[in-house]
Ligand binder design. Structure first.
Ligand code: COA
Length: 344
């Protein structure tokens, strides 16, 4: 007997007995700025080209001699705990979405849980590239909803500067370092929490965006190009084509499945990949610009850090209206994509 796919297709369990609430958020970016003017000095590029094609003006970068993904993940987590009024020992799970961990073992989640004294928490990293935070939030929310966890710190953190080839002008100008965190907790009101989620992947398109570790990881069609092992490799045009279509489709699906319209949500929080990709989806779905937050001009694309960084800025600015739904949408390497619609 074939098993039907449940990915985004089924409603939540018939009678959820508990809801899930976002208690607080936090984010952190390094102080060091890398502006378009800095790139003009380093590479054959211009502020005009970068702004016109991407909307990016500057990004933040770590000092990789002493800092890494764990540094910013921990700071975002500490800020989220502070905004939630919780102690580290209140957490029973820490999940970090990242593809730029300093070491594959231990995980960033284990390191930062240990560093802050979250002694009651399980901890693991999750890899879904730029979709990572939305994937992690969906997984964590489902665990809390099911009673498998009570209080979870969900973090998206990325040290993109550690995987960039700064001689590659087509890729290096796009990315920056950032981390964000949301702390979620079980709530007696079953109506609050994630009311719809969808996660998808198409591994056949992985060559559009990958980080080769060995010569043999490089696909034949890319072999003639200058490749630096350990650095992000991207086919910009292919990713752009995929993103423009997928972004719109994922949002359209989430609106259709929940019966919501763009007027019903307080915010659609999008992965910050390129302002042209965000604008294309917004225009196709006729969403008011005030409902789609953009901070890519200040931070570039921070992969799994981008959605929680936006969420934190909006949360602190009071733009996530209590009682109204909001939506999170992301896509990225893998290829992957994800949405999450929350009732607050
Ligand atoms: N400065 C100046 N020129 C640049 C440049 C830069 N930083 N990077 C590339 N170019 C050049 C190219 O070499 C090319 O020159 P040529 O015509 O002489 O060959 C020209 O600009 C056009 O390059 P192209 O790649 O066609 O540009 P584009 O319009 O597709 O824009 C991106 C490039 C990367 C901005 C765009 O493809 C994009 O945003 N893709 C999606 C990337 C993304 O979102 N990735 C993350 C997904 S999570």
């Amino acid at each position: 007997m074939s098993v039907p796919s449940t990915n985004g297709m089924l409603p939540p369990p018939p009678t959820p007995t508990r809801g899930v609430r976002i208690l607080g958020t936090g984010s952190f970016v390094p102080d060091r700025r890398l502006t378009n003017a800095d790139f003009e000095r380093m590479l054959d590029t211009s502020d005009e080209w970068i702004v016109q094609r991407t909307g990016i003006r500057e990004r933040r970068v770590l000092d990789l001699r002493t800092e890494g993904c764990s540094t910013i993940a921990q700071r975002a987590l500490e800020r989220a705990l502070e905004s939630s009024g919780l102690k580290p020992t209140d957490l029973d799970l820490v999940v970090v979405a990242t593809v730029t961990m300093e070491m594959t073992c231990p995980s960033v989640a284990c390191r930062i849980a240990g560093a802050i004294g979250a002694t009651n928490a399980a901890a693991f990293d999750l890899g879904a590239a730029c979709s990572g935070f939305v994937y992690a939030l969906n997984v964590a929310e489902s665990m809390v909803r099911m009673g498998r966890a009570r209080t979870v710190a969900v973090i998206g953190a990325e040290a993109m500067s550690s995987i960039l080839d700064y001689t590659d002008r087509a890729v290096s100008i796009l990315f920056g370092d950032a981390a964000g965190c949301a702390i979620i907790q079980a709530d007696p009101d079953p109506r609050v929490g994630c009311i719809y989620q969808h996660m998808g992947a198409d591994g056949s398109g992985w060559q559009a965006l990958y980080i080769p570790r060995r010569e043999s990881d490089v696909p034949a069609e890319d072999a003639a190009n200058p490749i630096r092992l350990g650095c992000l490799r991207m086919n910009g045009k292919e990713v752009f084509r995929f993103a423009v279509t997928k972004f719109k489709d994922v949002m359209e699906d989430a609106f259709a499945k929940t019966g919501l319209t763009p007027n019903d949500v307080s915010q659609v929080i999008c992965h910050q990949s390129n302002v042209r990709i965000i604008d294309a989806a917004r225009e196709k779905l006729n969403i008011d610009p005030s409902k789609i937050y953009v901070n890519i001009d200040r931070y570039g694309n921070s992969s799994a850090g981008s959605v929680p960084l936006c969420l934190d800025e909006l949360w602190r600015a009071g733009k996530i209206t209590p009682g109204k739904p909001f939506m999170l949408v992301a896509f990225g390497g893998g290829l992957t994509w994800a949405s999450s619609v929350w009732q607050t």
